[in-house]
Design a protein. Sequence first.
Length: 276
Amino acid sequence: MAGMEGRVAFITGAGRGQGRAHAVRLAGEGVDIIGIDICADVASMTYPNATEADLRETANLVAAQGRKMVARKADVRDYHGLRAAFEEGYREFGRVDIIIANAGIIRMGSESEDFLADWNDVIDTNLTGVYHTVRAALPEMRAGGRGGSIVMTGSTAGLKASPSLLASGNAYAAAKRGLVGLMQGLAGYLAPEWIRVNTIHPTGVASGMTLNDAMRELMEQAAAGGSNSISGMQNALPLQMLEAEDVANAVAYLVSDEAKFITGTEWALDAGFMVR
Ligand SMILES: NC(=O)c1ccc[n+]([C@@H]2O[C@H](COP(=O)([O-])OP(=O)(O)OC[C@H]3O[C@@H](n4cnc5c(N)ncnc54)[C@H](O)[C@@H]3O)[C@@H](O)[C@H]2O)c1
């Protein structure tokens, strides 16, 4: 893709899954990466987050593409820590052109005893964390005067919520839907500066969020005819899940100059999930 060489992307949740795929895909286009990940588990979740070794592996994969990644452990819920991590990367590269606010969590399965924690952890990460991410890097993006592209990772749940009474599932849909409002406000305001802002809404993606014991249990229940948060979910295309690289390919286009006219959109990357 023309024009990407020498640009810099700030990516959250870069330890594995889609965040790693974005880092590696963009590095292949000549982009340097400021990548952060929590590298720690969250008590209300039923599957593990990425580890420091995972984040180091992403940096190695970026290096194998001939680019550099400043990799830092940071939590998107902690604005000041996140800003400090971004600043370290910015000092290294001196510019930022792309922000991919990708870090996200959900609790799989039944509610915990502390349903408020289930709700708050998802809202704090998936909605407030995205605001923190944009807020941490936007001043330098604007000051650069070269425009930019911001991508917020939503979900099909942010276009249409699945029926649920689970605090985490309700919070997940509310947060992902909330991103659309945040995106629209920023996209309209920043358009005169050639800063584009879009949400993407993937269907199920093979990643740490889905390839784990908690999800396997739900899939087995659903296959046996049980009713749970994933039963009834199916794509229109005969494709069970996307690969993280499928999403990264779409995002690479979206942040490139080939998509220079695209802002303020909610892009369903959903194998027809929404039309089924
Ligand atoms: N996997 C799916 O089926 C699917 C579908 C639609 C949307 N999404 C969204 O895609 C995004 C990426 O998820 P994924 O599929 O790669 O799953 P994943 O669990 O493999 O990756 C998420 C990454 O975010 C990190 N993270 C979690 N909390 C964090 C925090 N507070 N601060 C910093 N990093 C944190 C994790 O350590 C992990 O590396 C998420 O926003 C998710 O909601 C996923």
